[in-house]
Write a protein that binds this ligand. Structure first.
Ligand SMILES: Nc1ncnc2c1ncn2[C@@H]1O[C@H](COP(=O)(O)OP(=O)(O)O)[C@@H](O)[C@H]1O
Ligand SMILES: [Mg+2]
Length: 276
């Protein structure tokens, strides 16, 4: 079905973010529709991670607006983002090596139970069961939840980082290079997961260097270049070469004479691709 998108979960309008003299995001307008997988690609330093971190309040935009389910929001930080139903896998995994798989999954939000109705203690049994369930159900990874994560393989660590984003049962999932350190087999788990997330009604933003992966997993792809959006294209109708060319030139592959503005509004730009 190609009904026009009408129910955006996240709308980012004219967002700027500077770090000193570096303009990491110059004028970014992007929309995450309900139940879509949006790819975000661009060269190193294009601003992809900054975009994700701005969405979850690690960075505050210098200018511009973020709307969540149509309402303007100021997101205070990752905790606030989680309460809005956003789960995030950061590029820098941020796992604590000495802590177990289960502890890493629940870091900062350990479930508690009352002993004798009075004393609150961490519910370790529940944590372990949930950790096992989340990793096996969503990622088909089977590890002992008591194992310190320092003993895990790259793929297993990545799975723990992803599992951590899923603990709060978010309906929006942001994945910043979730497959970068993975073996082929582990990449397949992530592909499966993204499929599963879409099938179960989630909305996903996926950052990934592997363009084949991006094109096969996403509905639309946003190309970033030096902090601005070059174009947002339909993953089915764009070629890998076109994406590469946009990533390196900073120019849209569809710029044939007509002066399309780079920071885009929602429609009007690429209606040619919507009726396949
Ligand atoms: N916390 C920060 N402080 C200063 N500069 C930063 C910070 N985070 C990112 N940058 C800079 O912003 C630009 C975009 O970085 P980033 O968003 O990490 O790019 P990408 O994820 O696309 O590789 C880069 O020039 C980077 O050096
Ligand atoms: Mg990055």
């Amino acid at each position: 079905m190609t009904t026009e998108p009408s129910n955006p979960r996240i709308e980012v309008e004219h967002v700027k973010k500077r770090f000193g003299t570096v303009e990491a995001l110059s004028d970014v307008s992007l929309t995450l529709e309900d139940n879509e997988v949006l790819g975000l690609v661009g060269d190193n330093g294009a601003g992809k991670s900054t975009f994700i971190k701005t969405l979850v309040g690690i960075h505050q935009p210098d200018e511009g607006e973020i709307r969540f389910n149509g309402e303007p929001v100021t997101i205070d930080g990752p905790k606030h983002a989680r309460t809005l139903g956003i789960g995030t896998v950061y590029q820098d995994l941020a796992l604590v090596d000495e802590l177990s798989v289960a502890e890493n999954l629940f870091l900062g939000r350990m479930p508690v139970k009352k002993l004798g109705g009075v004393v609150s203690v961490v519910d370790k049994e529940y944590m372990k069961q949930e950790a096992e369930r989340i990793l096996s159900e969503h990622l088909n990874i089977h590890v002992d939840p008591d194992t310190p994560v320092e003993y895990l393989s790259g793929g297993e660590r990545q799975a723990v980082a992803i599992g951590r984003a899923l603990v709060t049962d978010p309906d929006i999932v942001l994945l910043d290079e979730p497959t970068s350190a993975l073996s082929k087999a582990a990449v397949e788990h992530v592909e499966e997961l993204v499929k599963q997330l879409r099938a179960s009604g989630h909305s996903v933003i996926l950052i990934d260097h592997n363009l084949e992966e991006v094109l096969s997993m996403t509905d639309r792809v946003a190309v970033l270049f030096q902090g601005r959006v070059v174009d947002v294209v339909d993953a089915e109708s764009v070629t890998r070469d076109d994406v590469v060319s946009m990533m390196v030139s900073g120019r849209s592959a569809h710029e044939d004479g007509d002066d399309e503005p780079l920071g885009r509004q929602s429609d009007a730009t690429s209606s040619s691709s919507s009726t396949a």
